[in-house]
Design a binder for this molecule. Structure first.
Ligand SMILES: C[C@H](O)CC(=O)C(=O)O
Ligand SMILES: [Mn+2]
Length: 344
């Protein structure tokens, strides 16, 4: 049985510049709950405590949003994302008090060790503790398995491969899931979080399920960073057709996608040339809007900025380097200065 996790109200926050209101959250969460989705993730796009100049200011606090989601559901579990260093244990305690029962603790894929305190706290305090290994395309399957084992040793009962850049394809996604499945205890679940930048979001999630992942993320209408996540209602239908039960009801899921989420989307969630460049260059999906802004400011191509970020292997938390890369590209393409003024 697959545990379906909806990220529209967290990853989708990147696409709406963290502007969802408690009313939006309550309406989407109620629709997901009616459709039988197991877990609903809610917070700023960069997790609890993410609202800042660096990551984008949210219109409402994580507390208001989590409370609204918890108030809107009868059976779904509410999840909060936390990136150690951005969010703190105080934020996680608050999320739990307001109704979150699943803690998703996210680190860069080589830095599982910074999640020890947060995963252990969540497990000790009765939450489902989930480890979330971001930018998982950057290391190979056996290195990922080592990092996943660390998260398991801290108390995670689920460990995710997170394709933050949407840079994986079905084969490389499945290889990584299989490596975790082999390395972890049988009672530890493996999860997969897709982005659609190479057009492989749903395909990668299906390949992950076939390789043994039992926690799968998606977003209604795909609403998420970059070209978005695996489109949840499509994923639910495709999983069912490929023999993986989810417990979700397809028509109510389609209805909340079409009637509640679609009208809230600022632009269609498509693989345009900038989003495709994210996947191709292996760049963090949430850099999309930052890179577009920096490119406009320095009058350079967003694609060139993304390729430069990929070359520099910039990761989450280094958002200021996006501006640096755009400024440097502008310098490189500016006409050479002679150093003397005309007529001097
Ligand atoms: C903080 C990131 O947006 C987490 C995530 O969804 C990803 O890495 O992908
Ligand atoms: Mn994501």
């Amino acid at each position: 049985m697959i545990t379906l996790v909806d990220s529209s109200l967290r990853d989708g926050m990147h696409s709406v510049r963290h502007q969802f209101s408690p009313e939006h959250v309550a309406a989407v969460a109620a629709g997901l709950d009616r459709a039988g989705v197991d877990v609903i993730e809610v917070s700023h796009g960069d997790g609890v405590g993410g609202s800042s100049i660096q990551y984008g200011r949210a219109a409402f606090s994580d507390a208001e949003l989590i409370e609204a989601a918890a108030g809107g559901v009868a059976r779904a579990r509410i999840a909060a994302l936390l990136l150690p260093g951005i969010g703190t244990l105080r934020r996680l305690t608050e999320a739990q008090r307001l109704g979150a029962t699943v803690a998703r603790v996210a680190t860069h894929c080589t830095e599982a060790d910074i999640a020890e305190q947060h995963i252990a706290w969540a497990a000790e305090h009765g939450m489902t503790a989930v480890g979330f290994l971001m930018m998982s395309h950057m290391i190979d399957a056996s290195q990922l398995a080592d990092q996943a084992r660390l998260m398991e040793s801290y108390g995670a009962s689920v460990v995710y491969i997170v394709d933050s850049a949407g840079a994986l394809v079905p084969r490389t996604a499945a290889e990584r899931v299989a490596a975790l499945r082999d390395a972890l205890l049988a009672e530890t679940a493996v999860g997969f979080h897709a982005h659609n930048n190479l057009g492989c979001g749903v395909g990668n999630a299906l390949a992950a399920a076939d390789a043994g992942a039992t926690w799968l993320d998606g977003s209604l209408r795909g609403l998420g960073a970059g070209a978005g996540n695996a489109q949840l209602e499509v994923l639910a239908a495709a999983l069912e057709r490929s023999g993986h039960a989810t417990g979700a009801e397809l028509f109510p899921l389609m209805d909340v996608a079409e009637e509640v989420v679609a009208p809230l989307m600022p632009r269609p969630q498509i693989v345009d040339r900038t989003a495709l460049s994210l996947g191709y260059a292996g760049v963090y999906s949430s850099f999309l809007l930052h890179a577009e802004r920096a490119a406009a400011k320095f009058d350079v191509e967003p694609r060139a900025v993304l390729m430069e970020l990929g070359r520099r292997r910039i990761v989450g938390g280094q958002e200021d380097m996006i501006i640096d890369a755009a400024a440097e590209l502008a310098d490189r393409t500016a006409p050479a200065q002679t150093g003397s003024s005309p007529g001097a």
